[in-house]
Design a protein. Structure first.
Length: 148
């Protein structure tokens, strides 16, 4: 077998099963900002998060230093990612049905917020920040949207 045929077979095997990225590289995705406070905000956080989780493939969770339980939960589904953030830990992994259930089944913190995770990012289309009190999401995730 010549090197050209060997290269062609190697490339064919490496490319088999690849799918296009949901968000094209260098594409600016406009995210909508939502401040979630007041009556019904926790239900809205849960509904939007559930919708985003159903479409997401990857997650990233940010935990402050000292947030042992949220970090333990995140590490059960992902691995530490080097980030250079001196004040906490970043955990990244794949979104699975078990991960989605874990996120949605967590009780709200005793203080303000709807999730024990400081930040939760899903793909490039969803960000739950400051324990869920602020959210950035793709317009297609908003209630009443027909976009996906």
């Amino acid at each position: 077998m010549g090197w050209e045929e060997e290269l062609r077979e190697g490339l064919s095997g490496a490319l088999e099963g690849l799918r296009p990225n949901k968000i094209a590289p260098n594409t600016a995705l406009q995210l909508e900002y939502l401040e979630l406070r007041g009556e019904g905000a926790g239900r809205r956080w849960r509904a939007l998060t559930q919708r985003a989780l159903a479409q997401a493939e990857t997650f990233e969770i940010h935990c402050w230093n000292g947030e042992e339980e949220p970090l333990r939960l995140a590490l059960a589904f992902g691995t530490r990612r080097e980030s250079g953030w001196a004040y906490g830990t970043v955990v990244a992994g794949a979104v699975t049905p078990a991960f989605s259930r874990m996120v949605l089944d967590q009780p709200a913190p005793a203080e303000e917020g709807y999730t024990p995770f400081f930040n939760l990012f899903l793909d490039g289309s969803f960000q739950s920040c400051h324990y869920g009190t602020e959210m950035y999401c793709a317009p297609g995730l908003l209630e009443g949207s027909t976009k996906r």
